[in-house]
Design a protein around this ligand. Structure first.
Ligand SMILES: Cc1ncc(COP(=O)(O)O)c(C=O)c1O
Length: 373
C-alpha cells in the first residue's frame, strides 16, 4: 500500500502525459513556453482570480509575494507554527520577523482570535506587523473570510498559503482567491501535482501581478532592463504541459478524494480518534487525512508492521525548530500547536485508495486500540 500512489495515477494518464512531454521536447520552447500561459489562464479562471503566475515552486511563489509587497527587516509577519517549514522560512528570507500565533485545536488553523492575540502582543513589543500568512492546512481553507475582514480592519495584508489546498472552498470562494495574494504548490504529492517542483501565485491586483511576473525573471520588465532585484523562479514549460493534462482530470480526482475521506470518517467513527473538523461552509480537498490520536507513535509502529504507511505532519512545531531558536519561543508558549504535534498522524490518502485498503487500515487501527486501551 502506498501513502500517496503517484505511480498508479501516472499509469492512468500515461499516454496523454507522455504525448504532452514529447510535444514540449520537440517544440524547443522550454522556458515560459505557451503551456505556461495556458495553465495560468486556466487556473486563474478555476480559482477565481484575475491573475495567476507560474513559479518554480510553492516556496518561491510565497517568496515572490513577500518580495513584491516589499516586506523587509523593519516588518513582522504573523503565521502558524503548525505548518510545513517553507511558510515561515520565506518570511525570514526577506528579513522580516516571524510572529507565531497559536491554532484552533479542532481545525488546526489560525483564527481571527488567535491572530488577534498574537498581534496585540507583537504590537506591545513594538513590532511593526504588516501581514498574516494563513495556511489552508491539509486542504482546509477555513476562517479566511473572517481573517480577511480582520486584516482589513487592522491594516494588514492577508496572504493565503494555499500550497495544500488547490480546489478547496470556503463560503463559496475557492482557496487561492482570498487576501491580497496566495501561493500554491504543485509538488508531486499535492492535490494537483507536477513531476518535479512547481508552484503558482494568484492575485486580483494588477500591479502586484506585473511585479511578480518581473521578479520571477530577475526583475526584468523588458529585455535588458532589470527594474527590480529579482530571482529565477519561473515555472518550467514541461511541468506546465504535464499539469495541463492532470488538470483535465482534477475535478474527478477531487470527487474521489471526497469519497475516500467520507469512507474514512464512516469506518473510523466509533474509534477513539478525532478528525480535523471541516466547518459547514468549507470544502476540504484532503491533501492529507490527518487524525488526532493517543499513543500516536505506538500506533504508527503498529500500522507500519502491518504494511500500512503513515506520516506525521508535523512532529515539531516551527517555534521549537532549531532554525527558529533565535526568535526566543519557549516550550509551552503555543500549547495547541505543541499538543497537535504530539497527537497527529496522517493516513494514506489519494484519489485511488481502494475501499479494501481503507477497510484494512480501519481494522488495524481498531485492533491497535483494542489492545492498547
Ligand atoms: C503549507 C506549505 N507551504 C509551502 C510549501 C512549499 O511548497 P514547495 O514544496 O512547492 O516549495 C508546502 C509544500 O511543500 C506546504 O505544504
Amino acid at each position: 500500500m502506498e501513502f500517496i500512489d503517484l505511480k498508479k495515477q501516472y499509469r492512468l494518464y500515461q499516454e496523454e502525459l507522455e504525448e504532452a512531454a514529447l510535444r514540449v521536447l520537440r517544440s524547443g520552447r522550454y522556458i515560459l513556453g505557451p503551456e505556461v500561459k495556458e495553465l495560468e489562464e486556466k487556473l486563474a479562471s478555476f480559482v477565481g482570480t484575475k491573475y495567476a503566475i507560474g513559479t518554480s515552486s510553492g516556496t518561491d511563489a510565497l517568496l515572490l509575494i513577500l518580495k513584491a509587497l516589499e516586506l523587509g527587516p523593519q516588518d513582522a509577519v504573523i503565521t502558524t507554527p503548525f505548518t510545513f517549514v517553507a511558510t515561515a522560512e520565506v518570511i525570514r528570507r526577506v528579513g522580516a520577523r516571524v510572529i507565531f500565533a497559536d491554532i484552533d485545536p479542532e481545525t488546526f488553523l489560525l483564527t481571527p482570535e488567535t491572530v488577534s492575540e498574537a498581534l496585540e502582543k507583537a504590537r506591545q513589543k513594538g513590532y511593526q506587523v504588516r501581514a498574516v500568512v494563513a495556511v489552508s492546512l491539509f486542504g482546509l481553507p477555513a476562517y479566511l473570510p473572517e481573517l480577511e475582514t480582520f486584516c482589513d480592519r487592522e491594516g494588514l495584508w492577508l496572504i493565503e498559503d494555499a500550497c495544500q489546498s488547490l480546489g478547496a472552498e470556503c463560503a463559496g470562494r475557492r482557496s487561492g482567491s482570498f487576501g491580497v495574494a496566495s501561493a500554491t504548490s504543485f509538488f508531486p504529492a499535492k492535490p494537483l501535482g507536477a513531476y518535479g517542483d512547481a508552484g503558482m501565485v494568484f492575485t486580483d491586483d494588477e500591479g502586484l501581478a506585473q511585479k511578480i511576473k518581473a521578479l520571477r525573471v530577475h526583475g526584468q520588465t523588458e529585455r535588458y532592463l532589470h527594474q527590480h532585484q529579482g530571482l529565477n523562479a519561473r515555472l518550467d514549460t514541461l511541468q506546465a504541459a504535464l499539469l495541463l493534462v492532470k488538470f483535465k482530470h482534477f475535478s474527478r480526482e477531487l470527487e474521489l478524494r471526497q469519497e475516500v475521506a467520507k469512507r474514512y470518517r464512516e469506518l473510523l467513527k466509533d474509534l477513539p480518534v478525532e478528525f480535523q473538523q471541516v466547518p459547514e461552509e468549507c470544502y476540504s480537498v484532503y491533501a492529507q487525512f490527518t487524525l488526532r490520536v493517543t499513543k500516536r507513535d505506538e500506533l504508527a509502529n503498529f500500522l507500519s508492521e502491518k504494511g500500512i504507511p503513515t506520516a506525521i505532519h508535523y512532529p515539531r512545531p516551527l517555534h521549537l525548530q532549531p532554525a527558529f531558536e533565535d526568535l526566543g519561543y519557549a516550550q509551552g508558549e503555543l500549547r495547541e500547536a505543541e499538543r497537535l504535534a504530539q497527537e497527529v498522524i496522517s493516513l494514506p490518502m489519494h484519489p485511488f485508495l481502494s475501499k479494501e485498503d481503507q477497510e484494512k487500515i480501519a481494522a488495524a487501527i481498531a485492533a491497535f486500540y483494542q489492545e492498547a486501551l
